[in-house]
Design a protein around this ligand. Structure first.
Ligand code: G3P
Ligand code: CA
Length: 268
């Protein structure tokens, strides 16, 4: 806002809808993307994994059990790992009823379906590579889909896409395969390790629980892989008081299940 700018304060952090607006709609579904758009969230976060037959799907856990009806549809396939199901099998699952019966019929989206919807809403995507150790080569697969969908167009790629992971090797691989892509490392590594990570990442994205003002200041003192100030997006901040606290530390983004609550708390 003009008042903040006049004070010389940092700009308000961007708001990132965590797994979509997952406080209001079933996580990692197209309904949660739509809800994030309704609530005015500029960015959406998701989690990407790979099926038995090599398709990329948007789902958080390594098992389908918590967020779908897989136990009913495939009762003898415990423990229902994503990597043991084909894309066609996963497409049969209901990923909405567990959250609220009114979302019955919501599906586990493929990455293609997901980026189409993000495109329709002109949103930006914070894509998390989840459990990459289970899916050798998934970085190349993800970049192939993003290329085919036009998401790696050099004129726009750094404005609307960040690829992040807890796995530093995976983040480094993305940077090496597609140097134009902005990347983030999840976690709170020691400050002494930041220069090494900054060689291949643009962001350090910690849990808000242990985040301090000093840590944010330390991150900001380095330059990231594209020569700009190393940034930090923090997760998962669902209430106004916590949002104001981390905004006061100067974080660049707040990842939240409730994008409306965070926007109301921190402005922007
Ligand atoms: O975007 C960061 C956050 O999503 C990391 O934790 O478990 O929700 O994927 P998790
Ligand atoms: Ca995530």
């Amino acid at each position: 806002s003009p008042a903040r700018a006049a004070e010389g304060a940092a700009p308000a952090p961007v708001v990132v809808a965590h797994r979509g607006a997952s406080g209001y709609a079933p996580e990692n579904t197209l309904a949660a993307v739509d809800k994030a758009a309704d609530l005015g969230a500029e960015w959406v976060e998701n989690d990407v994994q790979r099926t038995k037959d090599g398709a990329l799907v948007v789902v958080h856990d390594d098992s389908l059990q918590r967020t779908t009806d897989v136990e009913e549809v495939f009762p003898d396939r415990a423990p229902w790992k994503v990597k043991d199901f084909t894309a066609a099998e996963i497409a049969r699952l209901d990923a909405g009823s567990w959250f609220d019966p009114k979302y019955a019929g919501a599906r586990v989206p493929t990455l293609e379906q997901y980026v189409h919807r993000i495109d329709q809403h002109r949103q930006k995507l914070l894509l998390e590579i989840k459990n990459p150790q289970l899916y050798p080569g998934i970085e190349r697969d993800i970049l192939k889909v993003l290329t085919d969908e036009g998401w790696l167009d050099p004129a726009h790629v750094r404005q609307r896409l960040i690829v992040q992971s807890f796995d530093a090797d995976s983040v480094r691989t993305v940077h090496q395969l597609a140097p134009a892509v902005k990347t983030g490392l999840l976690g709170t590594p020691p400050v002494a390790d930041l220069p090494a990570y900054a060689a291949f990442t643009d962001q350090i994205n910690p849990s808000h629980a242990s985040l301090t003002a000093d840590y944010v200041t330390a991150v900001h003192a380095f330059k990231g892989a594209h020569g700009k100030r190393l940034e930090t997006f923090t997760w998962t901040v669902n209430d106004a008081a916590a949002a104001r606290r981390v905004a006061g530390y100067g974080v660049d983004g707040i990842i939240t299940n409730n994008p409306d609550v965070v926007r109301d708390a921190v402005g922007g």
